[in-house]
Design a protein around this ligand. Structure first.
Ligand SMILES: *[C@@H]1O[C@H](CO)[C@@H](O)[C@H](O)[C@H]1NC(C)=O
Ligand SMILES: *[C@@H]1O[C@H](CO)[C@@H](O)[C@H](O)[C@H]1NC(C)=O
Ligand SMILES: *[C@@H]1O[C@H](CO)[C@@H](O)[C@H](O)[C@H]1NC(C)=O
Ligand SMILES: *[C@@H]1O[C@H](CO)[C@@H](O)[C@H](O)[C@H]1NC(C)=O
Ligand SMILES: *[C@@H]1O[C@H](CO)[C@@H](O)[C@H](O)[C@H]1NC(C)=O
Ligand SMILES: *[C@@H]1O[C@H](CO)[C@@H](O)[C@H](O)[C@H]1NC(C)=O
Ligand SMILES: *[C@@H]1O[C@H](CO)[C@@H](O)[C@H](O)[C@H]1NC(C)=O
Length: 431
């Protein structure tokens, strides 16, 4: 129910953002011409069908492209050669380990996510889905009220496992999770960090196994969530994150003035676009050092494919996903999972044009959508919400139309106050 409401909210936000865009939600799937439902609840082709594409809200379960299989690897940051801009990436994860929007940089062997004044920040997502595994990263969070740094796992059906740093509290990192985007305000918890999260490097780890998730800081377990504890007797299911998920690094303005009051409150207050960081370096920033992904085995019921993961039924539980040999690459931004070779000869680089008038590059709103909370990513916009489009340009922004990368602000918003979100939307629409 909550999810449904949030979907509606998202849908309305999307509608507001772009009158031409067709929206999608739980009860309303995309049409065949624009079959893929993006993380934020909008229908399109091309990049809409890649990471974040929600198969349940798409035209059919095979509209989204298959998810590239997990890859164990340690990432270091001498350059950004393995990262592709979201308007260029067509699904070849062997070529590009990461896809991003916004303005990432590399400095002194670290990855810097930036958020210039009035932008929606940067989203940096790994293209290899993890289906149980351990992710570990050295992080220096951003700082300042309204500024949120994310290190999360997010699935296309909106299961989510988070570390989120709220810039107004540098003594703690928040841990949270979502199951299929269901909002539950009780899932978040603080984990104390031994010293300032902005000034000092600390190592954050999410160990995700079929039976339990642990969140650790500097090798010390701060929280454990067992699958057993998530049983929902009414629904007869475990509301435990259990589906293939992408690792996402993000920096986003949860406290931008146009966001819902609940989101801004969660983020510690309205963002200050004339802060010391903005004045001194021109942007807020979060730094990531070495990041390691260790893949675990998927469920034994998943079969024997070697290339990708696909969803085979609408329950969207662990046993609904299978290993497959399905390809993960599109021939063009006009292609979809239903017709991956469409436009093979046409330039894939034309992406820039595609973003306007042609729904092939979904917008990003600066949040995972579910992220903090969990609703699907869609909501992410919550925080930044759609507002992102109207008044915020992406970091570097060449084109404001491209997506951002933030995590998922939505949930925050939802979590903060469903009412507040509703009110905000009404106001937006009225305006
Ligand atoms: C996977 O590939 C098979 C065979 O080509 C196809 O029938 C099926 O629709 C694909 N599934 C998905 C989810 O893409
Ligand atoms: C993906 O990229 C790799 C490495 O660049 C290349 O060898 C491979 O042919 C590409 N695959 C497709 C389907 O384009
Ligand atoms: C975490 O701690 C901060 C600061 O003490 C507090 O404002 C916030 O409500 C806490 N969050 C949770 C989820 O407990
Ligand atoms: C438990 O499942 C029921 C039925 O699906 C659902 O209505 C309810 O919201 C769920 N409870 C929680 C806490 O998510
Ligand atoms: C993989 O599983 C399928 C279906 O269970 C089976 O038909 C096929 O023979 C298996 N392939 C291998 C290489 O084991
Ligand atoms: C969108 O643009 C791409 C690249 O220019 C093109 O291949 C595709 O056919 C277009 N899609 C639609 C639905 O117009
Ligand atoms: C963004 O999209 C809008 C409407 O779709 C269009 O008018 C505008 O020119 C686009 N901006 C860029 C930078 O492509």
């Amino acid at each position: 129910m909550v999810r449904f409401v949030s979907s509606l909210l998202l849908a309305s936000l999307a509608t507001f953002a772009s009158a031409k865009t067709i929206s999608c939600s739980d009860g309303s799937q995309c049409p065949e011409e624009f079959p893929c439902c993006s993380q934020y609840g909008q229908c399109g082709t091309g990049a809409y069908c890649l990471g974040g594409c929600d198969p349940l809200m798409s035209y059919s379960l095979d509209s989204c492209v298959a998810n590239p299989i997990c890859k164990s690897k340690t990432y270091k940051w001498d350059n950004l050669d393995s990262a592709a801009l979201n308007t260029k990436y067509l699904g070849n994860a062997s070529k590009s380990d990461w896809v991003y929007s916004g303005e990432p940089k590399v400095k002194d062997g670290n990855l810097i996510l930036t958020m210039p004044k009035n932008s929606v920040g940067t989203l940096f997502a790994n293209n290899h889905y993890v289906w149980y595994g351990k992710i570990k990263g050295k992080v220096k969070s951003s700082r300042g009220q309204g500024v949120v740094t994310g290190f999360i796992l997010l699935s296309d059906v909106k299961d989510e496992i988070d570390f989120e740093f709220v810039g107004s509290d540098l003594n703690n990192v928040q841990t949270n999770y979502y199951f299929q985007g269901v909002l539950d305000y009780m899932n978040g918890a603080n984990a104390s960090v031994s010293s300032n999260t902005f000034e000092e490097w600390h190592e954050y780890e999410i160990d995700w196994k079929p039976e339990a998730i642990t969140w650790s800081v500097d090798g010390e377990v701060k929280r454990t969530l067992t699958k057993e504890s998530t049983w929902n007797e009414t629904g007869k299911r475990y509301q435990f994150p259990q589906t293939p998920s992408r690792m996402q690094l993000s920096l986003w303005p949860a406290g931008q003035a146009s966001n819902a009051p609940g989101t801004i409150a969660w983020a510690g207050g309205e963002i200050d676009w004339n802060s010391e960081d903005i004045q001194k370096q021109g942007y807020y920033s979060a730094s990531f050092g070495e990041i390691t992904v260790e893949c675990y085995d998927p469920p034994s019921s998943a079969g024997n494919g070697t290339e990708s993961y696909i969803l085979t039924n609408k329950d969207a539980l662990a046993n609904s996903f299978k290993l497959s040999n399905n390809d993960t690459v599109l021939a063009s931004l006009g292609a979809t999972g239903l017709n991956p070779s469409l436009g093979a000869s046409s330039s894939s680089s034309s992406s820039s044009t595609s973003s306007s008038g042609n729904n092939s590059i979904p917008e990003n709103r600066g949040g995972s959508g579910n992220e903090p909370g969990t609703t699907g990513s869609g909501s992410s916009s919550g925080s930044g919400s759609s507002s992102g489009d109207s008044s915020f340009s992406q970091g570097s922004s060449d084109d404001s139309n491209k997506t951002n990368g933030a995590a998922s602000p939505n949930e925050h918003a939802m979590r903060g106050s469903l009412f507040a979100v509703l009110v905000a939307i009404v106001v937006l629409v009225t305006l």
